[in-house]
Design a protein around this ligand. Structure first.
Ligand code: ARG
Length: 464
């Protein structure tokens, strides 16, 4: 075939060559080469469908398939030549195919545009990435749940406003994060349903006049559904934004946990001993052991949130259907995924290997009047109205602060004279450990409640 225009797949109409600066500016191969596997397998499914509907012969399909798999091997071996003049992964794969098999290769792009192709590749990639994240989230949940039995007797302070509030079982704390990461898993599973829709067949924006069968392509690529509007789906990036949000939510959960543990491992707290494998030293202060991984997990949340913001701004005000702006969708998503996956994969061993400093926790457990609410609820059970009980205990706490004593160590006279309802049974509810034991509501830190939750989690995570 004689070429009038440029040596580009789309060059026919062109009479001038592409500016080099423009070529460098508009390339995406430097980052979308990451989609090579999805691009190649999307193309194989497309070609297979074309052969089913008579747009390719089955010999042509077999040839295309064989060559595409050979290209994939070459890429995996690092032997594939990349060039900015070929713009993106789609052009690279197609060009290599045509170089090998000529006119048969020229048929692959039948009834397809790069607009529906890139959307399909990206969806396949996000789908795979969701599955990888799910595994890492489970590993982190296992690390938390895996601690619960050995730590079951540890009571720690629960905080609100970063002030000592009420005592909780350490296991209750481990399970709090297990729940958060469970919601993250659910969010990703939900996102996956919208990711898992076939866009291929939308072509540029209007569909095609050629006899394609999208149900077949969907089946070959394991898509749950077929997008019903070509204009919509060729421009749709909701799935990428949703995924980026879900990643941000994971990062936010990790950042709160990291912040907590940075403090809890300080000299001031001494609740936790971080494994040195996850710390670094100082170049000037010989005594330092710094919690760098936790700080970086916390810090990297910033870029994850920034990536989500970038995607929202990118898609704001974009008209239908495909616009080249959308090429900017991939790097933020790749970056958020890499960042969050790496954070999760470090968090899991850190959670498993960090030791609770039982002595340091226990020494200060009876400071801060963690049992004040327990005493108030004792009075309520004895018939004292809540507001009155609150006032009585508030006064007792003030007296105890002035005497620098825990509530349980106040003179019996003082306790007794605070309310006629108080009798010696009150001592069963004073002290952090007693306060925990007194709990009973569903979802509370009551030991039997927590035990039931641990058992439930072990079952769900097949931890036995
Ligand atoms: N590299 C492009 C992207 O990522 C592929 C689609 C280009 N489509 C086009 N008509 N120029 O969005």
């Amino acid at each position: 075939m004689k070429k009038n225009g440029l040596d580009k797949a789309w060059g026919g109409v062109f009479t001038e060559s592409t500016d080099k600066g423009m070529e460098n500016f508009s390339e995406s191969i430097s980052f979308d080469k990451r989609l090579y596997h999805q691009d190649i397998h999307g193309s194989i499914a497309h070609a297979r469908m074309l052969s089913e509907t008579g747009l390719l012969t089955s010999e042509e399909f077999q040839l295309i398939r064989k060559e595409l798999l050979a290209i994939e091997k070459k890429i995996e071996k690092g032997k594939f030549p990349w060039s900015v003049s070929l713009e993106d992964i789609h052009m690279h794969v197609e060009k290599a195919l045509i170089e090998k098999i000529g006119d048969v290769g020229r048929k692959l792009h039948t009834a397809r545009s790069r607009n529906d192709q890139v959307s399909t590749d990206f969806r396949l990639w996000v789908r795979d990435s969701i599955d990888l994240l799910d595994r890492s989230l489970i590993a982190l949940q296992k690390a938390f749940v895996g601690r619960c039995d050995a730590d079951f007797d540890i009571v720690i302070p629960g905080y609100t406003h970063t002030r000592r509030a009420q005592p909780v079982l350490a296991a209750h704390y481990w399970l709090a994060y297990t729940e958060k990461f469970e919601r993250d898993r659910q969010r990703l599973a939900d996102c996956r349903k919208r990711v898992n829709q076939l866009s291929l067949g939308a072509a540029a924006c209007a569909g095609t006049s050629l006899p394609i069968d999208r149900t077949k392509t969907a089946e070959y690529l394991d898509f749950e559904g077929i997008a019903a509007n070509s204009l919509d789906i060729s421009s749709d990036r909701d799935f990428a934004l949703e995924f980026a949000f879900d990643l941000s939510q994971i990062a936010l959960h990790l950042s709160g946990w990291a912040e907590e543990w940075i403090w809890w491992s300080t000299e001031e707290f001494r609740f936790l001993d971080l494994p040195q494998a996850f710390c670094t030293g100082s170049s000037i202060m010989p005594q330092k052991v710094n919690p760098d991984v936790l700080e970086l997990i916390r810090g990297k949340t910033a870029r994850t949130i920034g990536n989500l913001q970038a995607l929202m701004v990118l898609t704001k005000g974009l008209p239908l259907a495909y616009n080249r702006d959308l090429q900017e969708d991939k790097e933020p998503v790749f970056d958020s995924f890499d960042t969050v996956l790496a954070s999760l994969d470090l968090a899991a061993p850190l959670v498993a290997q960090t030791a609770v400093n039982r002595k340091a926790v226990a020494e200060r457990l009876n400071r801060g009047y963690l049992d004040a609410t327990s005493l108030m609820e004792y009075l309520i059970r004895k018939g004292v109205p809540q507001r009155t009980a609150h006032g009585i205990v508030g006064h007792l706490v003030r007296t105890a602060i002035d005497a620098d004593l825990p509530l349980a160590d106040l003179p019996w006279k003082t306790l007794k004279s605070a309310a006629k309802e108080i009798d010696k049974s009150v001592y069963q509810f004073l002290g952090a450990e007693n306060a925990v034991k007194a709990m009973r509501s569903f979802g509370s830190t009551a030991p039997d409640q927590v035990r039931a939750q641990i058992d439930g989690w072990k079952k769900r995570l097949s931890l036995h």
